[in-house]
Design a protein around this ligand. Structure first.
Ligand SMILES: NC(=O)c1ccc[n+]([C@@H]2O[C@H](COP(=O)([O-])OP(=O)(O)OC[C@H]3O[C@@H](n4cnc5c(N)ncnc54)[C@H](OP(=O)(O)O)[C@@H]3O)[C@@H](O)[C@H]2O)c1
Length: 313
């Protein structure tokens, strides 16, 4: 990787496709910026960015990636940590290398572990940005979870029709709960790290639904172009955006051009513009945040107390 005197270090997941590819391009184009992308397989990345292997479906791979980043940056610090990778399946049958439901494992558990492992390497005044979705919120999406049951998310019993989208919505709730837990850590406050949960909103033209059958993808596209367009006349959250715009705003969030008002951490892109609404009631529950933190720590095998120093395996 390029070792030429960068001033700003950015570590990012989900930079190889969809909206994140646009984000990475914007960030890598900033002067004096070094971008390290975690990705599976060999990928084309923007000029100025380097890739280290990362498969979020394996906690060992997450640990190896965190070690590799630490070696790679040496004495430098991470200025911006962007946890944007995500996936959705048509049902909740698939399992990660560690035996957890795949969507929960990739979208939540892996990012939770990665953030815990890299927190102590972050720069003072740094930014931790986690991509969530407004599908976490029952007020916007009826399938969103109304209760938090981490064990059921990790090992679901119901894996039939609709379980894939429900697992996805729940994993995005977990992203928001996790962001809020990080924001309350003494270490985060002491180092003035800004934590943001970013909702790109409904974004067409990405590969998020790639694991669905062709028929299902065509059905979803039809829904987006018809029903969602109609609903969008009354509910702006249903207006579909582009990967270019969503990626640009995520870059703005990462680079500090967009920041929520004091005391808020949720940035939600609605009709192409950042807004700062309340997340769902469940996402704001301190009990739910603590429960998810505790149970996730056990699942990934890190210490119970919310401090980065005890994050080693
Ligand atoms: N599109 C929407 O409407 C929408 C709405 C709200 C929130 N979001 C969120 O926005 C983020 C980006 O979504 P997108 O729509 O841009 O999806 P996308 O086009 O499918 O991109 C997903 C990214 O995640 C990476 N990824 C997936 N599984 C991985 C794994 N096991 N290990 C490492 N990397 C993995 C992909 O890498 P590969 O290139 O290797 O596949 C890709 O870079 C996600 O967190 C998603 O939940 C999207």
């Amino acid at each position: 990787m390029d070792q030429a005197e960068p001033q700003r270090v950015v570590v990012m997941t989900g930079a190889t496709a969809g909206l994140g590819a646009h984000t990475a391009q914007h960030i890598a184009g900033q002067p004096g910026t070094r971008v390290i992308i975690g990705a599976r397989g060999s990928k084309t990345v923007p000029l100025g960015a380097g890739v280290l292997p990362l498969d979020l479906a394996s906690l060992d791979s997450v640990r190896d990636f965190a070690d590799a980043v630490t070696r790679e940056i040496g004495d430098a610090r991470i200025d911006i940590l962007v946890l944007n990778a995500g996936m959705q399946t048509s049902n909740a049958e698939r399992r990660s290398a560690d035996g957890y439901e795949l969507t929960f494992a990739v979208n939540h558990l892996a990012h939770y572990l990665l953030a815990r492992l890299l927190l102590s390497r972050m720069a003072d005044g740094g930014r931790l940005v986690i991509t969530t979705s407004d599908t976490h919120d029952p007020a916007i999406t009826p399938i969103a979870p109304k209760v938090l049951e981490p064990q059921s998310l990790a090992n679901p019993i119901k894996t039939g029709f609709g379980s894939g989208v429900r697992a996805y919505a729940a994993s995005k709730l977990c992203n928001l709960l996790t962001a809020q837990s990080f924001a309350t850590l003494d270490e985060v406050k002491a180092h003035k790290i800004t934590v943001i949960a970013f909702n790109p909103g409904l974004t067409g033209g990405t590969s998020l639904g790639r694991e669905s059958s062709r028929g299902r993808r065509a059905f979803v596209m039809l829904l987006m172009r018809t029903v969602f367009r109609l609903v969008g006349l009354f509910r702006p959250e249903y207006v579909m955006g582009t990967p270019e715009r969503s990626g640009q705003v995520l870059a703005d969030v990462c680079l500090g051009a967009v920041t929520p008002p004091p005391g808020r951490i949720y940035v939600s892109l609605v009709k192409g513009e950042p807004t700062f609404p309340d997340p769902s009631e469940l996402a704001r529950s301190r009990d739910a945040q603590d429960q998810l933190w505790r149970e996730s720590a056990v699942m990934v095998g890190v210490g119970q107390r919310p401090a980065a120093d005890d994050a080693g395996p």
